[in-house]
Design a protein around this ligand. Structure first.
Ligand code: ADP
Length: 783
C-alpha cells in the first residue's frame, strides 16, 4: 500500500463524487463509474498517475454541484478497470489518504480540486491502548454473534486487525464493516482525533451488538413457538392413530350424536350456528385436553334446554276456578284476583304486563296456589328461592371461563321445567340481597320485563334465551324490602293469613287427607276430634298460616303410623285433647291468650310482623327517680319514638287527666315483653299511651281490649296498616274488642264473617276516645 506522505499533493487532482458510500484509506472497494463527469475524471486520472479524490455527496442526485459534496474525502488509486460496452467502467480503487478540499480548480467538464493531507492526531498512552483493545475485543464478539453469510470473511478480518498496528487503520477497517449509515461513515472519516474515533466506533459496535441480541431473541422465540405447535400437532396426530389402533375413537360417534341432537333441539338459527361451531372445536380437541369436559357440559346444556318445547297451554276459566277451589279452602279474594288476571291473559293472548306477586306470611298457601295455577293452565311448575342471593351471577350464571361455571337460576329453572312456558315461582323476593358483585335485582328485572325477556342473556349460555312464554309469579313476606324498581312491575295479591275456623277447615278437608295419603293410611284410620285440632291450632302453633299446623299434625300421624306398623294400636284410633300431650308434648303457647285480669299499667297492643299479626302486652311501671324514661324488651327505634310521643301526650294533659303533678320526679319504665319486633312501630302508640296513663291515673286497662293506632303529641289518633293481620291476631288471642283509628274503618270489609261475629270494633279519633273505651273506670275526665 502506498503511503499518503509520498503523494504529490501540490498538483491538482480529478475528483469523483460518491453516492451512498465513503472510501476509507487503506481499504479497497469496487465502484461503477457511470456519470459523464465521473468518466471524464476517470479518463483524466488514467492518463496521469491514476489518483482520484473520492468525496461522498450529501444527496443522491446525479447532477451535483460543489456545495453538494462533503469537504473531506479520500485520495484513492485506481488499480483495476473494466470498460463496459455502454461506456461505463467498473473499477477497483484503494484508499490512500484522508484529504481536505482546499478549492475546486475546475468544475466542468469534470471536477478538479486542490487538496491538503489530513494528519491523524494520535495521543499514545495507556488509555488509548485500552480503548483500542476493547474495541477490537467488542468487534470480535460482534463477529461471533453475527451469524450472517458475509461473516465468512470476518475471521480473516480479525486476523488482519491483530496484525495492524496503526490505530487509525483499525478504526477505518472496523468502520467499513459495521453497516453504518453514510453520515456515520462520513463522521468517522472526518474525526481526525483517533481516540474520539475509537469511542465512536465503540458506540456503534455496542449498538450493533444490542440489535443482534434483540434479533436473536425474536428468532429464538419464534422458533420456540413454531416448535411447540409442530410438536403438539404431531402428538395429536399420533394420539389419534393410537386411539384408532386401540378402538378408542368412539368419540366420533359421540360427536355425531351431539350434532344430531343440536339439529333436533329446535334452537334459533344463530344459537344452532354457535352450537355447531363449538362442536367443531370439540371435534378438533385432543380428548385429553381439560377443555373437553367443559365444552361437552356446555353443549349438553344447549342441547337440553327447551328451546321450542312447550306445554299446550290453555286458559279455561271454569276449569281454573274449579281447580283453585278443589285445592284450597277460602282465599276467596285471592282466587278472584287470579281468575281476573287469567281472563285478561286469555283476552290478550300473551303474557304481558305486570307479574303476579303473592305477599303474605309463611304457610298461607302462596306456593300451593302457584302449583294449582300451573295445573289449571296445564303448564309445568318450577320454584326458585331468591332468599339470600347476593350475586348477579346466581341469576345470570357465571362466564364459561370460570371453573365449574353453570347457567344462572333462571335458565336452570327453565331447564328443570323442561318446557319454555312453565309457571315459574320466584320465592322470597323480599330477601334478595344486593352488594358489590352486581345487583341481582337488575338481572331479575331483565328476566321479568316482557320488553326484554324474549332475549334474556345468561353469561354461561352466551346465547339469548326467550323467556317471554314463562309465567313468573313472585312471592314475598312483605314488600318493604323489595327493591322499588322491581315492585313497580308487580301486581300484588295479599295472603293475609287464616282465622282459627279457616284453619280448622283447612286441616280437616285438605291437610289431613293429604297427610294420610302420604303416610299410606286410609281416611278414617285416625279420627281427629275437632277440639283436639283446635287445641293444636291454639296451643301448639302460633302462626298466620298453616305450615306449623301441618307439621304438628304430621308428627302425630307419623307417631301413630309407627304404632300401627308395630301393631300396638288398631285403625280407627281417636286423637283427643287428652291424648294430644302424648304426641306433641307440653303446650307450647299460652301467652297468646289475652291478659287474664284487668291491670293497671298493662295494655294489649296489636302489631304487624312479616309472619302475620301479633298480640303484645305493653307494661308500664313507675319508681322513684329523676323523671327518666326507661325502655326495655323488643323495642325498635320507631317504637321508642312512639313511647316518647305517648309520654309527652300524658304530660301535656296531666292536669285534665287528674294525674298528680309530681310524676315528673319518677322514672317511668316501659317494657314490651314478647313477640318479634313489629315492623310498624308507630301503630303501638295508643297502646303505649293507654298503658302509661293507666299507670299514672291508677285506672286499670280492660283485659279483653286490643288496640292499634298512631298517636300524635296532641292526642290525635292516626291510621295504620296491616289491619287484617292484626284483627286475625286479636281473634286468635280471644280478645273481645279492638280499638282502631277511625280512618281504618274501611278496611273491615275483607274480615271473615266469623271474626266479625266474635269481635267488637271500636273506632277512635282522639286519645280521649281510646281511653274511654280502654280504661276500666269510665270516669275519665275529658282531655
Ligand atoms: P307459603 O308458600 O305461603 O309459605 P304453602 O303454599 O307452602 O305456603 O302452604 C303450606 C301448606 O298449607 C301447604 O301444604 C298448602 O297446601 C297448605 N295450605 C295453605 N293454604 C291452604 C288453603 N287455603 N287450603 C288448603 N291448603 C292450604
Amino acid at each position: 500500500m502506498s503511503d499518503g506522505n509520498h503523494l504529490n499533493l501540490k498538483e491538482e487532482l480529478p475528483l469523483i463524487p460518491l453516492k451512498n458510500v465513503v472510501l476509507f484509506p487503506r481499504v479497497a472497494i469496487p465502484l461503477l463509474v457511470q456519470r459523464a463527469k465521473s468518466i471524464g475524471s476517470l479518463d483524466y486520472a488514467l492518463s496521469q498517475d491514476r489518483l482520484v479524490i473520492f468525496v461522498a455527496q450529501k444527496n443522491i442526485y446525479d447532477d451535483v454541484d460543489q456545495k453538494d459534496l462533503f469537504k473531506i474525502g479520500t485520495v484513492g488509486r485506481i488499480f483495476e478497470i473494466h470498460k463496459l460496452p455502454d461506456g461505463t467502467s467498473k473499477v477497483h480503487v484503494e484508499g490512500i489518504a484522508r484529504v481536505r478540499i482546499k478549492e475546486f480548480s475546475q468544475v466542468s467538464p469534470f471536477f478538479k480540486a486542490r487538496v491538503e493531507l489530513i494528519e491523524p492526531k494520535y495521543a499514545s498512552g495507556i488509555e488509548t491502548e485500552a480503548l483500542l483493545r476493547t474495541t477490537v475485543e467488542q468487534f470480535r464478539k460482534l463477529v461471533e454473534v453475527r451469524n450472517l453469510p458475509m461473516s465468512t470473511t470476518f475471521p480473516e478480518l480479525i486476523d488482519a486487525l491483530e496484525q495492524v498496528k496503526d490505530p487509525q487503520q483499525i478504526v477505518d477497517l472496523i468502520a467499513i464493516n459495521l453497516n453504518l449509515e453514510l453520515l456515520d461513515q462520513q463522521e468517522i472519516l472526518e474525526t481526525t482525533d483517533v481516540s474520539a474515533a475509537l469511542k465512536k466506533i465503540n458506540f456503534y459496535i455496542g449498538r450493533e451488538l444490542e440489535i443482534m441480541d434483540a434479533e436473536k431473541k425474536v428468532v429464538r422465540e419464534t422458533r420456540k413457538q413454531l416448535g411447540k405447535m409442530q410438536k403438539e400437532m404431531f402428538l395429536r396426530e399420533q394420539m389419534k392413530s393410537i386411539e384408532k389402533e386401540l378402538g378408542l375413537d368412539g368419540e366420533k360417534g359421540e360427536i355425531e350424536t351431539l350434532r344430531a341432537k343440536i339439529k333436533a333441539a329446535g334452537m334459533p338459527k344463530d344459537t344452532e350456528a354457535k352450537a355447531l361451531k363449538e362442536l367443531g372445536r370439540l371435534e378438533k380437541m385432543s380428548s385429553f385436553s381439560p377443555e373437553v369436559s367443559y365444552l361437552r357440559t356446555y353443549l349438553d346444556w344447549l342441547v337440553e334446554l327447551p328451546w321450542s318445547r312447550k306445554s299446550t297451554a290453555k286458559i279455561d276459566l271454569k276449569e281454573a276456578e274449579k281447580i283453585l277451589n278443589d285445592d284450597h279452602y277460602g282465599l276467596k279474594k285471592v282466587k278472584e284476583r287470579i281468575l281476573e288476571y287469567l281472563a285478561v291473559q286469555k283476552q290478550v293472548g300473551k303474557i304481558r304486563g305486570p307479574i303476579l306477586c303473592f305477599v303474605g306470611p309463611p304457610g298461607t298457601g302462596k306456593t300451593s296456589i302457584g302449583r294449582s295455577i300451573a295445573r289449571a293452565l296445564g303448564r309445568k311448575f318450577v320454584r326458585v328461592s331468591l332468599g339470600g342471593m347476593r350475586d348477579e351471577a346466581e341469576i345470570r350464571g357465571h362466564r364459561r371461563t370460570y371453573v365449574g361455571a353453570l347457567p344462572g337460576r333462571i335458565v336452570q329453572g327453565v331447564n328443570t321445567a323442561g318446557t319454555r312456558n312453565p309457571i315459574f315461582m320466584l320465592d322470597e323476593l323480599d330477601k334478595i340481597g344486593m352488594d358489590f358483585r352486581g345487583d341481582p335485582s337488575a338481572a331479575l328485572l331483565e328476566a321479568l320485563d316482557p320488553e326484554q325477556n324474549f332475549a334474556f342473556s345468561d353469561h354461561y349460555l352466551e346465547v339469548p334465551f326467550d323467556l317471554s312464554d314463562v309465567m313468573f309469579i313472585a312471592t314475598a313476606n312483605m314488600l318493604d324490602t323489595v327493591p322499588p324498581a322491581l315492585r313497580d312491575r308487580l301486581e300484588i295479591i295479599e295472603f293475609p293469613g287464616y282465622t282459627e275456623d279457616e284453619k280448622l277447615h283447612i286441616v280437616k278437608k285438605f291437610l289431613l287427607p293429604k297427610l294420610f295419603k302420604e303416610h299410606g293410611l286410609k281416611e278414617n284410620s285416625i279420627r281427629f276430634n275437632d277440639q283436639a285440632l283446635k287445641d293444636i291450632i291454639r296451643k301448639h302453633t302460633r302462626e298466620a298460616g298453616v305450615r306449623d299446623l301441618e307439621r304438628q299434625t304430621a308428627t302425630i300421624i307419623r307417631k301413630i303410623t309407627r304404632k300401627f306398623v308395630e301393631k300396638k294400636v288398631k285403625a280407627g284410633l281417636a286423637v283427643t285433647p287428652q291424648t294430644l300431650h302424648s304426641y306433641l308434648g307440653p303446650v307450647r303457647f299460652t301467652h297468646q291468650e289475652a291478659e287474664t285480669k284487668d291491670e293497671i299499667g298493662v295494655s294489649t297492643g296489636l302489631a304487624w310482623t312479616p309472619v302475620g299479626g301479633e298480640v303484645m302486652s305493653i307494661e308500664a311501671s313507675r319508681m322513684p327517680g329523676k323523671g327518666k324514661l326507661l325502655l326495655t324488651g323488643h323495642l325498635g327505634e320507631v317504637m321508642k319514638e312512639s313511647v316518647q310521643a305517648a309520654l309527652s301526650f300524658a304530660r301535656s294533659t296531666a292536669a285534665k287527666l287528674g294525674i298528680k303533678e309530681d310524676f315528673y320526679k319518677e322514672d317511668i319504665h316501659v317494657h314490651v315483653p314478647s313477640g318479634a319486633i313489629p315492623k310498624d312501630g308507630p301503630s303501638a302508640g295508643i297502646a303505649m299511651a293507654a298503658a302509661i296513663i293507666s299507670l299514672l291515673t291508677g285506672n286499670p286497662v280492660r283485659k279483653d281490649v286490643g288496640m292499634t293506632g298512631e298517636v300524635t303529641l296532641r292526642g290525635k289518633v292516626l291510621g295504620i296498616g296491616g289491619v287484617k293481620e292484626k284483627i286475625l291476631a286479636a281473634h286468635r288471642a280471644g280478645l273481645k274488642t279492638v280499638i282502631m283509628p277511625a280512618e281504618n274503618e274501611k278496611d273491615l270489609e275483607d274480615i271473615p264473617r266469623e271474626v266479625r261475629r266474635d269481635l267488637k270494633f271500636k273506632f277512635a279519633k282522639t286519645m280521649d276516645d281510646v281511653l274511654k273505651l280502654a280504661l276500666k273506670n269510665n270516669r275519665v275526665p275529658r282531655v
